[in-house]
Write a new protein. Structure first.
Length: 306
């Protein structure tokens, strides 16, 4: 494997100066040659110390190919599309500003795309890293998406219905196909753009693989687990799934998605009952709440997050 530029690593960030330094440090500590990848920091109109943190990191690591860009349009899709615009390498990898990359992340990703020439994209393993050191008592596998948990074993394989789609905090796509697909949907400002781009890319190629060796930790702070934030995120999920459905399939798709969410809410009540019988009522309650908030969000005109 040659050492020409292969990966554009894009980290989109908004007012996360508490977590950004550790994410950047994990990128600095990559065991891959520095000419194998570039780092693109997209500041999505932050008002904290993000700009100065990025500037110091770039100044203190001149051996890295790193650049900072300010994207004034608020919304994760705007930031991710800015990453497409600025990227030079043939593969664009997106990680969150609270992600801690494994030391071999870049090397494994580059090796994968070198080996699987037909690949249009990939998603990697994501392991939650809780601030408290352990998950909350109500956490269970039905809520894996809430903390970004993504683990389907140790083998490379094509995404299927069980895996669903690559997680937004650890996904990579070839730049050429991202551009052909029209990039991310700027109407999806927070939650569903990773699902949207997966479906768009699949119109061009279904060669999107789960790559477990390109793994990372996803930092889960106490605020993310708070009841208020739990409600907010699932409200936003429902709202943006309505927008995504409308953009992909029109009114019929929206109606279909509405019935899907109604069915899932009814199913969550059954799951709640089963958890009660097992003596784990709190786990069941949060499953039901997640589906109730998602259903509510679906019927809201708009849900404000920032």
């Amino acid at each position: 494997m040659g050492n020409q530029l292969k990966i554009s690593l894009v980290i989109c960030t908004y007012n996360r100066d508490k977590y950004l330094p550790e994410a950047l440090e994990s990128i600095r500590m990559q065991d891959a040659p520095k000419d194998l990848f570039e780092l693109i920091i997209v500041d999505n109109n932050s008002t904290d110390n993000t700009a100065s943190i990025a500037a110091s990191f770039i100044k203190n690591n001149p051996e890295m190919q790193a650049a900072y860009h300010f994207e004034e349009n608020k919304g994760l899709s705007f930031a991710r599309n800015r990453g497409i615009k600025e990227a030079v390498a043939p593969v664009i990898a997106y990680v969150d500003d609270d992600a801690i990359l494994s030391p071999g992340y870049i090397r494994q990703l580059a090796t994968f795309f070198d080996t699987y020439k037909d690949a249009a994209g990939s998603g990697g393993k994501v392991i939650p890293k809780y601030e408290s050191g352990h998950p909350p008592v109500w956490m269970n596998h039905f809520l894996n998406g809430f903390v970004g948990y993504h683990n389907f074993g140790e083998n490379i394989e094509l995404y299927n219905k069980k895996m669903k789609y690559p997680p937004g905090c650890n996904m990579a796509y070839k730049k050429e196909i991202l551009m052909e697909a029209g990039g991310f949907n700027n109407d999806l400002k927070f939650r569903s753009d990773d699902k949207y781009i997966f479906h768009q890319i699949k119109e061009y190629s279904d060669k999107i693989y789960y790559v477990p060796d390109a793994w990372l930790f996803h930092y889960i702070d106490a605020d993310r687990l708070s009841p208020g934030n739990f409600k907010k995120l699932f409200l936003k999920t429902g709202n943006e799934e309505k927008i995504r459905s409308q953009s992909e399939g029109g009114t019929f798709a929206v109606i279909k998605k509405g019935f899907e969410f109604l069915f899932k809410f009814c199913a969550s009540l059954l799951i709640y009952s089963i958890f009660i019988l097992k003596g784990n009522a709190e786990k069941g309650r949060y499953v039901a709440l997640s589906q109730w908030y998602t259903l509510q969000g679906f019927f809201k005109k708009e849900v404000f997050v920032r």
